[in-house]
Design a protein around this ligand. Structure first.
Ligand code: EPS
Length: 393
């Protein structure tokens, strides 16, 4: 399952085309809408989210709620386009009220894109570098998530820290089986910053308010977890088919992501080998691990334990208290450009990461169990699970 997106942040619409989706996958409009909404929410988002209510409209590849096996295309209309029709027109000349962007923001793609493409206007770069594009990815990810639901896989995320305010979530990730606390998802979705701890949620909100007041922005960290995975997705034999590398590439494809850990991560590797590695046991007829420091990945493959990813997002580069830069016309010292922007988008990035992880995992299922139709994929999966059952031997 592969996807490509197109569309500028203030153009008429975003488009996603997803290929390799098996026929016969049930899609639910409400589930797709729910993911689109979850990406838009989160305390610290800017004025743009008031204008937009992202609606994903499927224009091919689906009939009567089931995929056809042909490419699925999805449109998301930018409601803000009405304010940008002249400034982002495909043809004609630049209107007077649309000056060129010549004061690049440190931390954004502005100046490097300017140098790379020989443009005279950073808007040519920033329109596509904008994280608006991630709406199109979430639409693709929603399709992958539906496939995963049919094979018993759940993907979810929570925010671990915003700026210097962090939650201690170690009790939530010390899984010895695939069960998650029954109220965890409700607590995450209830929090305005996707943090399952009420008290820390309040402190995170306060931190975002303080940052906004100071013309600052906030980064942070989030976790993505996938449960219900069969062992053996990915490969130990070829570098490019290791699931670990595919997952890492997908997380690092999200704008502003600067760090990534699997399982116990960087802190975990200070432990010696006999403490770090997860002992093997049998539970209810299946091989399990007594701990999950590996984060569900061994040898480039899933090992049947929950997949646990932690990612770090840098603070958003558009600061209302601007940084020093250089005016690209005059080459004089200047203040970087101020655009309407978000103060914090860590909760949104977590939802985007769910989509990216879902796409990689759905692709891994398709690769291992068949890409033609869902009934064949599920039959192949059942055969594999039966073979793995220790009790049935
Ligand atoms: C973004 C700047 C803001 C964000 C945008 C990402 O948009 P605007 O410049 O139109 O105010 O709100 O994110 C989204 C629109 C979105 O849907 O996530 C940027 O520069 O990356």
């Amino acid at each position: 399952m592969q996807y490509v997106t197109s569309g500028e942040s203030h153009g008429p619409k975003l488009t996603t085309i997803v290929t390799g989706v098996p026929a016969g996958l049930n899609l639910d409009e409400q589930s797709i809408a729910s993911d689109m909404r979850r990406r838009q929410s989160g305390y610290g988002r800017g004025g743009r989210q008031i204008i937009e209510t992202d609606t994903a409209t499927i224009t091919s590849g689906v009939r009567f709620g089931k995929t056809l096996g042909s490419p699925v295309s999805i449109d998301i209309v930018n409601k803000d386009w009405k304010n940008w029709t002249g400034k982002m027109a495909a043809f004609g000349n630049r209107p007077d009220e649309c000056p060129r962007e010549v004061t690049p923001r440190p931390g954004h793609a502005d100046i490097v894109g300017f140098m790379k493409t020989n443009t005279d206007d950073c808007r040519d770069i920033l329109e596509r570098a904008s994280a608006r594009e991630t709406a199109a990815r979430v639409a693709a990810g929603a399709i992958a998530r539906e496939l995963l639901a049919e094979v018993g896989v759940e993907v979810f995320s929570w925010v671990k820290s915003i700026a210097d305010v962090a939650t201690d979530d170690s009790c939530l990730i010390d899984y010895t089986n695939n069960e998650i606390p029954s109220d965890l998802l409700a607590r995450i979705e209830f929090s305005e910053v996707r943090c399952p701890d009420d008290e820390v949620t309040q402190r995170m909100i306060k931190r975002i308010d303080e940052a906004k007041e100071a013309g600052e922005t906030c980064g942070g960290t989030f976790r993505v977890v996938a449960t219900g995975l069969v062992p053996g997705l990915g490969s130990y034999s070829e570098a490019t088919s290791r699931l670990t590398s595919k997952l890492a590439a997908s997380i690092f494809s999200i704008p502003a992501i600067k760090g990534l850990e699997f399982g116990a991560g960087f802190a975990g590797v200070s432990q010696l080998g006999t403490r770090f590695h997860d002992e093997i046991a049998i539970l209810s007829g299946s091989f399990v691990r007594k701990t999950n420091n590996a984060g569900g990945l061994e040898g480039g493959m899933t090992n049947g334990m929950p997949l646990i990813i932690t990612a770090a997002m840098k603070p958003i580069p558009t600061c209302m208290n601007p940084l020093e830069t250089v005016n690209l016309d005059t080459l004089e010292v200047a203040k970087s450009s101020k655009e309407r922007s978000d103060v914090c988008a860590v909760p949104a990035a977590a939802v985007v990461a769910e989509a990216e992880v879902s796409l990689v995992l759905a692709d891994a299922y398709i690769e291992m169990f068949g890409n033609t139709c869902m009934s064949d994929l599920k039959a192949n999966l059942k055969h594999y699970k039966d073979r793995l059952s220790v009790i049935s031997r």
